[in-house]
Design a protein around this ligand. Structure first.
Ligand code: UT7
Length: 323
């Protein structure tokens, strides 16, 4: 027993910021951001919190799936930028929407949503759940350092969600980690314990990223992981209806396309131009956008692939079912 996707949803922040808005506050330009990342605009939180976005995505996905909150057996939330260190974002959502099921977060950075699907599959395998809410929600704008341009130009805010139900449509899944705390990281609070030996002065609470190192890692891993999940599920390029890659940088997606010529480039779905890089939220936001456009047909095979801090990578193959 695996699962099927019964519904999708998303929560969009209120503020849309174009590259020109960024040019007014830092040393960058529209041409550089567009050609080096593919981003033209992104959404960031104004008065709303990331929990608000996660709850909006959850409600939207439950409406789309036609289930009520009392039907949920598990809530998984993939995030690295929740409003609290504890409680988890999943528990905050549970409280707000009035659910009663077990709820917990998964921290695998930008791969988190696909890690969460893999975890959910285990609960279905053990026959412990019927309906699972999986959310990816991020407020990356609070982790980026807006006094400089290295991360603030690519990261953005948003939330996406799916409701899973019983089925046999999760065809294959790969998750992997390659521990590395130097190329992409954000430190936790140091506290004020008088006995600790770690100097709080060194604390940097913003995201640090060696963009080129992450770029190299990501370019290799995306094509490799997509091929692995295709092989595991016995799929050929002609079987793939759409690929939903993590929206980190348009050039990383183009590199993956060049390495998998058996899948036509137009089958790779992209919205980074309008949404930026929303970390764990990027794939469920993309999925919801194209679901609501009516793009997916019954039986379509969708591939998903992500990578992020950790370093983590993940990919999966899912059969789409018409509701
Ligand atoms: O989703 C989680 C994982 N994260 C990622 O996947 C991010 C992967 N990495 C990237 O997307 C890219 O490395 C970045 C978009 C972050 C940076 O692009 P890059 O092509 O690697 O730029 P770079 O840092 O090598 O800089 C190239 C040039 C430099 O100028 P010089 O030394 O060649 O004269 C930079 O100073 O571009 C300059 N530059 C900028 N110029 C205008 C760097 N950032 C900017 C900027 N605006 N924002």
């Amino acid at each position: 027993m695996s699962f099927t996707i019964m519904g999708t949803g998303s929560g969009k922040p209120s503020l849309c910021k174009t590259n020109e808005d960024l040019v007014k506050i830092m040393d960058t330009n529209d041409e550089w951001i567009k050609t080096r990342t593919g981003i033209s605009e992104r959404y960031v939180c104004g008065e709303e919190s990331v929990t608000d976005l996660a709850c909006a995505a959850a409600e939207d996905a439950m409406n789309d799936a036609g289930i009520s909150v009392k039907d949920l057996d598990l809530i998984l939330c993939a995030t690295i930028s929740g409003d609290y260190i504890t409680p988890s974002m999943a528990c905050l959502v549970q409280e707000r929407i009035g659910a009663t099921c077990p709820s917990f977060d998964i921290n695998a950075a930008c791969s988190g949503f696909l890690y969460a699907l893999d975890v959910a599959a285990g609960y279905y395998e053990r026959k412990r759940v019927k309906n699972v809410l999986v959310i990816g929600a991020e407020q990356m704008s609070k982790l980026a350092d807006w006094t400089e341009r290295s991360t603030s130009i690519i990261f953005a805010d948003g939330a996406g969600a799916v409701v899973l139900g019983e089925g046999e449509d999760f065809l294959s899944s790969q998750i992997a980690s390659k521990g590395n705390h130097k190329v992409l990281y954000a430190e936790n609070v140091k506290g004020n314990c008088p006995f600790t030996q770690q100097a709080p002065d060194n604390f940097n609470n913003y995201l640090s990223m060696d963009g080129q190192e992450v770029f190299k890692f990501a370019s290799v891993s995306m094509a490799r992981d997509l091929k692995r999940v295709m092989k595991e599920a016995n799929l050929m390029g002609k079987d793939i209806a759409y690929v939903l890659p993590h929206q980190a940088n348009r050039r990383i997606i183009d590199f993956a396309i060049s390495k998998i010529p058996e899948i036509p480039s137009e089958r790779f779905l992209v919205n980074i131009d309008k949404r930026g890089n929303t970390s764990a939220a990027s794939i469920p936001i993309l999925l919801d956008e194209y679901n609501k456009l009516g793009t997916f047909k019954d039986g379509d095979i969708l591939l998903m692939s992500a990578f992020g801090a950790g370093l983590t990578t993940a990919a999966c193959a899912i059969r789409w079912r018409e509701k």
